[in-house]
Write a protein that binds this ligand. Structure first.
Ligand code: PGA
Length: 249
């Protein structure tokens, strides 16, 4: 059975003080569980606070982004090796905000996936179609392209996680219906299966993201190909995020 991952993408919210207060409250309401993993993706400036507060705990953390080189003259960038040093288990790659606002391409994502694996950090590659692409029946084509190109440098013996985040559902309050989400997750698993074989494909966790809240997480979590959630807004409040992850499995 694939372990469910409940990941909070804080985006550009919560500074170090708020992070400390959040974690204090969160640790009191969530208990370790063999079938669930909890992960936070805070702004970089909080990673040290995460490491100091959560070291040895069942709660994991990671970066929201990284550079594809381990060091060098890249002003303003953070490398996979630095994230590893700060205890990051995972790091997001190609979140739709990175793609849309900062112009990140699939080939850039491919380099980041490789660099993260080389540093011993698990990439969480985000894929998903826009509303226009869905309306034009291009969802499958878009997902295939993002996966083929984004994983073009990936060594399948290395760990990997994916997040399906339809762009039209991110921060909009519009959540994919269970049928839409399961269909996309099945498509993704099918692409993985054709490329890397059914056994490897069956091991890879695929999270759903886009307006996940306590009142829609239960139905989505019961779907066979949904292995947890990448949660934005609803992960900013300890009780709300805990409720999402405490969905019965
Ligand atoms: P949202 O964001 O839950 O606020 O829609 C999800 C994400 O961007 O990862």
């Amino acid at each position: 059975m694939r372990k469910k991952i409940f990941a909070g993408n804080w985006k550009m919210h919560h500074g170090p003080k708020e992070t400390l207060a959040f974690l204090k409250e969160f640790k009191e309401i969530v208990a370790p569980d063999a079938h669930r993993e909890w992960v936070f993706f805070p702004p970089f400036v909080n990673l040290m606070t995460m490491q100091e507060t959560l070291n040895g705990s069942f709660i994991k953390w990671g970066g929201q982004n990284c550079h594809f080189e381990q060091k060098g003259a890249f002003t303003g960038e953070i490398s996979p090796m630095m994230l590893k040093e700060l205890g990051c288990t995972y790091t997001l790659v190609g979140h739709s905000e990175r793609r849309q606002i900062f112009g990140e391409t699939d080939s850039l994502c491919a380099k980041k996936v490789k660099a993260l694996n080389e540093a011993g950090v698990i990439p969480m590659l985000c894929v998903g179609e826009t509303q226009n692409e869905r309306d034009e029946n291009l969802t499958s084509q878009v997902l295939k392209k993002q996966l083929h190109e984004g994983l073009s440098l990936w060594d399948p013996s290395q760990p990997l996680t994916l997040a399906y985040e339809p762009v039209w559902a991110i921060g909009t309050g519009k959540v994919a219906s269970p049928a839409q989400a399961e269909e996309a997750h099945q498509m993704i698993r099918q692409v993985l299966s054709l490329k890397y074989g059914p056994a490897r494909s069956a091991e890879i966790q695929i999270l759903y993201g886009g307006s996940v809240k306590p009142d829609n997480s239960r139905e989505l979590s019961a779907l066979p190909n949904i292995d947890g959630f990448l949660v934005g807004k609803a992960s900013l409040i300890p009780k709300t995020f805990a409720l999402i992850g405490q969905t019965p499995l």
